[in-house]
Design a protein around this ligand. Structure first.
Ligand code: AMP
Ligand code: ZN
Length: 673
């Protein structure tokens, strides 16, 4: 009964999360999580719904396509719904797709086409009597926005179809996108005009397509590639590849680089080749789309309510690109840790421009032997911070200086220290402004108080303007304070104040996590909040009492006492209390229950944020068990980059596979308000 209730709650939570991220992606065009993370949420929801069909609703995100029509444009119903595509990330998953297709088409030979997956905005064009009648965005899949006036400004879109064979009435689908070169030029101009640059060409294309004035849209030089014809086609058009050729004779700008593949192995090889070839394109593709070539077979395979059974998207793994290190600077984190950061010649990686990458610590710099002026390889996967993975030594000219960690803190000028046997160099100055910024950012972060809108740039401003010195000061901020900040609109200020107000009610575990006590992460914070009636009781506990708590050892106990024994921390806590931040514990709750409690977990592939050992320790701390091989007893497989055979085994056995981002979520931010 209890488990059932939990599951119902989880299903509701997943739906809410997915809708939230749909909105950010499709409506705001400002995605917050990586595709892999989103897919993991969707996979978890689909899994739960499969096990419990009674919980399925017709409006569940598993049954619908994300997004909603935007206000201000006329809404148009799609005659045939515009579906989404299922995503895959590995050759094994492509094989599984092939197996599913063959199972529905026993004893038939199946040919595939592989097309680049353009990273733009999907569009449907309807021609009536050979004339462009209406252009509609995907919207929620059933209804989209009429953007005809804007699409008319795209040069390659014919207003009249040509060729004898063009059907009088026709609907085609494709992708509106922006070339990289146009994107770069647009962003340079925006920066010059002090406008915020677009994050990537897809967001730029999406934003441009929704401009009010078609004259402005024309200046954005959007492009379209058409990849699908909907409805009736001349009888000789029996395959997708023929359809593309045919559409070209009608004057439509069809997609380039379509490859025929007679086996799934050829498909895998083509996908693999394109992971490299795509770098030479002047536009972004984020994967390949694999489709059954025969239109008749496509029709028999059909679709689910969400996506066709005859096609699938293959998403590329994390991308590595080369660029030049312009400088190496040092950042100070909340614990005082000094992190060297490479300032890069901006480059395009995995859909966004990257201009900084972490170098972790001085040992890492030595290991890589990276120097200013070097050409380096930078990697970015999902939402992970970009990192330098190697130096291209052959391109080094002269003998650039080796980087040395400074002897003093770049933020406060106090001497820094590196303890014996530790890799990190630290600033020990408790009132270092660099540390204050880090602490505030941590306090506001998603896993802690989850104060949206309080990001790095704003925290930096608040601290350097002297408006706050610690997180304790956040709740004293007023609208007037914000008004004084450059680049802060009235609306954002209002939103932030509302966010701050709302955050006062977060559970004590989140407050404790946010304080930034060394060794007190989300899990320990939950143990503490589940043990004490409130902050006052916790503060009164001795080191021995703390160490006696299940899940808390002498090291953590000492760290907590040290934190509470420092007057500036006590002062910050008092400010939080005075501001009305929740200080009541939840001792009724079971102490160490986490999303991973009791689960057997297998790790495969490399993780970006933690070593295998660290990940295993964290899982164990959360009550899970890490095992080295996949069996039917495995509950969860965490697939990092380049996952090995364990991943295939998991798919074979139907064991749930999650990515690193999802693991982090389970470990850190399990509890959402
Ligand atoms: P997703 O939005 O990840 O579900 O992927 C489906 C979307 O991929 C479609 O709605 C199209 O906008 C886009 N797409 C890009 N290139 C292609 C292509 N060659 N074939 C089909 N869909 C494509
Ligand atoms: Zn300092």
């Amino acid at each position: 009964m209890g488990a059932k209730k939990n599951m119902r709650a989880r299903v509701a939570e997943l739906r809410e999360l997915i809708r939230l991220h749909d909105r950010k992606y499709y409506v705001d065009h400002l995605p917050e999580i990586a595709d892999g993370e989103y897919d993991a949420l969707m996979a978890e929801l689909a899994g739960l719904e499969r096990e419990h069909p009674e919980l399925v609703t017709s409006d569940s995100p598993t049954r619908t396509v994300g997004g909603a029509p935007t206000e201000g444009f006329r809404t148009v119903e799609h005659a045939v719904p515009m579906l989404s595509l299922d995503n895959t990330y590995s050759p094994e998953e492509l094989l599984a797709f092939d197996a599913r297709v063959k199972k529905r088409l026993p004893d038939e030979s199946v040919e595939y086409v592989v097309e680049p997956k353009l990273d733009g905005v999907s569009i449907s064009l309807r021609y009536v009597n050979g004339r462009l009648d209406v252009a509609v965005t995907r919207g929620d899949g059933a209804r989209g926005d009429d953007v005809t006036a804007n699409v008319r400004t795209i040069k390659s879109v014919p207003l009249d179809l040509t060729g004898e064979t063009a059907p009088a009435t026709l609907e085609v689908r494709g992708e509106v996108f922006m070339s990289r070169s146009v994107f770069e030029r647009l962003n340079r101009r925006r920066l010059k005009n002090e406008q915020a640059p677009f994050v990537n060409p897809r967001n730029a294309a999406a934003g441009s397509l929704k401009l009010r004035d078609p004259a402005d849209v024309a200046k954005r030089h959007l492009r379209v590639f058409i990849y699908q014809v909907v409805g009736r086609v001349p009888p000789r058009v029996t395959t997708q590849s023929k359809a593309i050729k045919e559409m070209r004779t009608w004057g439509l700008p069809v997609i380039h680089n379509v490859t025929l593949a007679s086996t799934i192995d050829d498909v895998v090889e083509t996908c693999d080749e394109w992971d490299d070839r795509r770098r030479r394109l002047n536009y972004d593709i984020d994967g390949m789309v694999v489709k059954v070539n025969s239109l008749e077979q496509q029709e028999r395979l059909g679709s689910t309510t969400k996506s066709p059974r005859w096609g699938i998207a293959f998403k590329f793994p994390a991308e590595v690109v080369r660029t030049v290190v312009r400088d190496i600077v040092v950042q100070v984190g909340r614990t005082g840790k000094l992190t060297p950061v490479a300032i890069l010649e901006p480059v395009f990686v995995s859909g966004s421009t990257v201009s900084r990458a972490t170098l972790h610590n001085s040992d890492e710099i030595e290991r890589l032997d990276v120097r200013v002026g070097d050409t380096v390889e930078v990697e970015k996967g999902g939402e992970v911070i970009p990192k330098v993975v190697g130096v291209v030594k052959s391109t080094r000219t002269g003998s650039p200086q080796l980087f040395r960690m400074p002897g003093t803190c770049p933020m406060c000028g106090e001497p820094v220290a590196r303890a014996d046997g530790e890799v990190d160099t630290r600033c020990e100055n408790e009132s270092c402004p660099g540390r204050a910024m880090g602490r505030i950012e941590h306090f506001a972060s998603r896993g802690a108080m989850d104060i949206q809108g309080l990001g790095t740039a704003l925290v930096e401003q608040l601290v350097s303007e002297g408006l706050v010195a610690d997180y304790g000061d956040l709740y004293g901020l007023t609208a007037d304070d914000f008004a004084a900040l450059p680049r802060m609109g009235e609306r954002s200020a209002e939103n932030l104040l509302a966010e701050l107000e709302e955050s006062k009610g977060r559970p004590l575990s989140r407050v404790l996590h946010g304080l930034g006590v060394r060794h007190v992460g989300a899990t320990v914070a939950q143990v503490l909040a589940g043990t004490f009636a409130g902050m006052r009781e916790l503060s009164a506990a001795s080191e021995e009492e703390l160490a006696a708590i299940d899940g808390i050892g002498p090291v953590i106990a000492a760290s907590i006492r040290a934190f509470l024994g420092t007057s500036r921390n006590v002062e910050a806590l008092r400010k939080l209390d005075d501001a009305g931040v929740n200080m009541r514990g939840e001792p009724g709750r079971r102490k160490t229950e986490t999303a991973l409690t009791g689960l057997t977990v297998v790790l495969t592939g490399s993780l970006a944020r933690r070593t295998r050992d660290e990940a295993a320790a964290a899982i164990a701390e959360a009550g899970g068990r890490v095992s080295s091989s996949v069996s039917s007893k495995t509950d969860l497989v965490v697939a990092g980059k380049n996952p090995g055979s364990k991943h295939g085994k998991a798919l074979e056995l139907g064991v749930k596979v999650i990515d690193e981002a999802e693991l982090e979520r389970l470990l850190g931010t399990k509890e959402r308000h």
